[in-house]
Design a binder for this molecule. Structure first.
Ligand SMILES: NC(=O)c1ccc[n+]([C@@H]2O[C@H](COP(=O)([O-])OP(=O)(O)OC[C@H]3O[C@@H](n4cnc5c(N)ncnc54)[C@H](OP(=O)(O)O)[C@@H]3O)[C@@H](O)[C@H]2O)c1
Length: 249
């Protein structure tokens, strides 16, 4: 959690997340990359994961320019063994995770009755099971320390329904449900679980071209919401944030 008024011993104000360790899943591009950069610029050490090693390397070079300590690790967040290794190696490299951002996700659209069981598993394992696996992996050490932020990236699709959204909406509604329950499980230990629901953001989400409208949400807008959550005064927490474009693209 943020320590807003600390100084570095020379009377200069310390970066607010100095000493913190953020783990951002899917931090190699899009929204996750913007979140990782924002947390690094606020002074946190940052770990990112994804499956594409080249994309991770590219993101790590950008992160290093902020002066942050950085750990990158290829990992598939749908696999419990990868997740356990990811958390263990992050903690060995940077220290205990104080901020977890469950951002990795995928989109798959079309009528649910035309989708296969494998489609269902892929979407739910990536968007929902991963949140369970990662949160479960960091919770014990956050409980021991009596603090921590777990921030889950859902979607406005997790509060709405639309034709062709069956699998994606179900997974993102699930993320909101899991977040609310985990918030209740963990608040007594000083751990804040929050969920962010962005509208459509200009990224290469699941292979589509980024929107070119200047009115469209950008990854930095979601990173700004993450900053608001981690900078919130310690007595309170922002449980659910909806991020919408000001003007409709
Ligand atoms: N873009 C939007 O309009 C929008 C709106 C609302 C919510 N969201 C949510 O925001 C999150 C990020 O979306 P985005 O637009 O930034 O998508 P993106 O550009 O496609 O990036 C997705 C990130 O997740 C990683 N990832 C995907 N599957 C993974 C897996 N199995 N294991 C590890 N990493 C995995 C990807 O890396 P690799 O492919 O290399 O693994 C990549 O770093 C998602 O949860 C999405 O549902 C997006």
């Amino acid at each position: 959690m943020a320590s807003i008024s600390a100084t570095n011993g020379r009377g200069q104000e310390k970066a607010p997340l100095s000493g913190g360790v953020a783990l951002v899943t899917g931090g190699s591009r899009g929204i996750g990359r913007a979140i990782a950069n924002r947390l690094a610029s606020l002074g946190a050490s940052v770990a990112i994961c994804g499956r594409d090693r080249a994309a991770l390397q590219d993101a790590a070079e950008g992160l290093a320019k902020t002066g942050a300590r950085v750990h990158t690790q290829p990992a598939d967040v749908t696999r419990a063994a990868d997740v356990a290794k990811l958390v263990a190696k992050t903690e060995a490299a940077l220290g205990p995770v104080t901020i977890l951002v469950n951002n990795a996700g995928m989109g798959l659209f079309g009528p649910a009755h035309e989708k296969s069981e494998a489609d269902w598993d892929r979407v739910h394992n990536t968007n929902l099971k991963s949140v369970f696996l990662l949160s479960r992996a960091v919770a014990p050490s956050m409980i021991r320390r009596g603090s921590g932020d777990i921030i889950n990236i859902s979607s406005l699709a997790g509060r709405n329904t639309f034709a062709g959204g069956g699998l994606y909406c179900a997974s993102k509604w699930g993320v909101i449900g899991l977040s609310g329950c985990m918030a209740e499980d963990l608040r007594e230990y000083g751990i804040r679980v929050s969920v962010i629901c962005p509208g459509s953001v200009s990224t290469e989400f699941s292979g589509r071209a980024p929107k070119d409208s200047p009115k469209a949400l950008r990854p930095e807008d979601v990173a700004h919401a993450v900053e608001a959550i981690v900078m919130q005064s310690p007595r309170s927490f922002l449980s659910e944030i909806h991020v919408r474009p000001l003007r409709k693209p």
